[in-house]
Write a protein that binds this ligand. Structure first.
Ligand SMILES: [Zn+2]
Length: 241
């Protein structure tokens, strides 16, 4: 049975209760979860599952693309937990919040690159301490990325609330720029989750983001790399406040 993905509806949910669907080795599948699996180039959540006095450290989270079941990978073999048990889940919030902030920063940079340089994303990775994005750009130009970071910070300084809602696939795909990934369409779902940063970005997206761009912190350009015309790469981080 597909695991209900609680973070799609509330990115700030840190604790939740769920029923164990199955345990196999060190993998625990739950009926619902606030843990975000590794998907879409964004680092997964870590944290804990607990039942009574027993705590199980979650070191990785995976989703089965066919069954949509989320497996919580525990650091060692699981004993004392079985199907039907109710567990309490707790997300490593510091890690998640860093990922949310960097992921939101990635949206702003991608939006500026699309708006001002007609560049699409060709790859990317958001980790807890830094993120990288690849763009198709005719030339590598440090000034382009410096400009994009500067404008992204200006957008963030407006402190706008993000909007998260669902649109039918048909409606969503009519919105220009709703997919900024080159050669990649959103999953074959009838409804797409839309993440909108009003005035700058609207994207089909299944990940957790901050509620307001003011939470994000200052984006810092770390370095750029030229890996070919479809891989002009920027590494960036955010100042911790
Ligand atoms: Zn996103």
């Amino acid at each position: 049975m597909a695991t209900k993905l609680l973070y799609l509806y509330d990115s700030y949910l840190r604790e939740f209760e769920a029923k164990v669907e199955s345990v196999s080795g060190n993998m625990v599948v739950l009926d619902q979860s606030a843990f975000r699996p590794l998907t879409g180039g964004v680092g997964c959540d870590m944290g804990w599952l607990a039942k009574d006095d027993a705590r199980f450290r979650v070191v990785r989270v995976e989703i089965d693309r066919a069954t949509k079941e989320v497996s919580h990978v525990i650091e060692s073999e699981v004993s004392g937990l079985g199907q039907g048990d109710v567990v309490k889940g707790e997300i490593d919030w510091d890690r998640r919040y860093c990922l949310m902030r960097l992921h939101t920063a990635a949206h702003l940079i991608a939006a500026v690159m699309y708006r001002d340089y007609s560049a699409l994303i060709t790859g990317g990775q958001v980790d807890v301490d830094q993120a990288k994005l690849d763009f198709n750009l005719p030339r590598t130009d440090r000034e382009v990325f410096e400009d994009a970071v500067k404008k992204a910070n200006e957008e963030a300084a407006k402190r706008v609330d993000l909007k998260i809602y669902f649109l039918s696939r048909e409606e969503a795909l009519k919105v220009p720029g709703v997919v900024k990934l080159a050669e990649r369409m959103p999953p074959e779902e009838q409804e797409l989750r839309i993440v909108e940063i009003p005035g700058i970005d609207l994207q089909a997206d299944g990940g957790p983001h901050v509620k307001n761009t003011g939470e994000m912190g200052q984006i810092q350009l770390l370095r750029i790399e030229n890996k070919g015309k479809n891989q002009r790469r920027i590494y960036f981080g955010i100042s911790r406040s």
